[in-house]
Ligand binder design. Structure first.
Ligand code: THU
Length: 127
């Protein structure tokens, strides 16, 4: 599974984006340590704050099926279906990633590969 394969899977997931309020579609593809891939899209709601981001959709799908060990997540997104520009994960999604992943989780965007630590060098922890 190359980075481009994962970006392609994210772009495919973005096709299912339910984003009638923002017009901004996002897709994510989460690569588990065993090679399984879970995808997700953003799902908006007329009560705006109930919107779920693509990254969290993919992570929650994986965790709800017993997968909690992840290697990489690819993210694409953009307005009016244009997925060419890099789409960075939001703070809420970074915190959810940090619950399950070490800082070396690979975060793959259209402009290159980063780590979770690049985006979130410190994170909230209960301890
Ligand atoms: N969105 C995501 O899916 N992931 C992010 O990391 C940030 C934003 C979605 C939420 C909303 O449906 C749309 O992008 C515009 O904010």
């Amino acid at each position: 599974m190359t980075n481009q394969d994962l970006l392609n899977a994210a772009a495919n997931a973005a096709k299912y984006s339910y984003s009638k309020y923002s017009g901004f579609s996002v897709g994510a593809a989460l690569l588990c340590k065993d090679g399984t891939v879970f995808t997700g899209c953003n799902i908006e709601n007329s009560s705006f704050s109930l919107t779920n981001c693509a990254e969290r959709t993919a992570i929650f799908k994986a965790v709800s099926e017993g997968y909690t060990e992840f290697k990489a997540i690819a993210i694409v997104g953009g307005a009016e279906g244009d997925l060419s520009r890099p789409c960075c994960p939001c703070g809420a999604c970074l915190q959810v990633m940090s619950e399950f992943c070490d800082g070396d989780l690979s975060v793959i965007l259209t402009n290159g590969e980063f780590s979770l630590d690049d985006f979130l060098p410190m994170r909230f922890e209960l301890e």
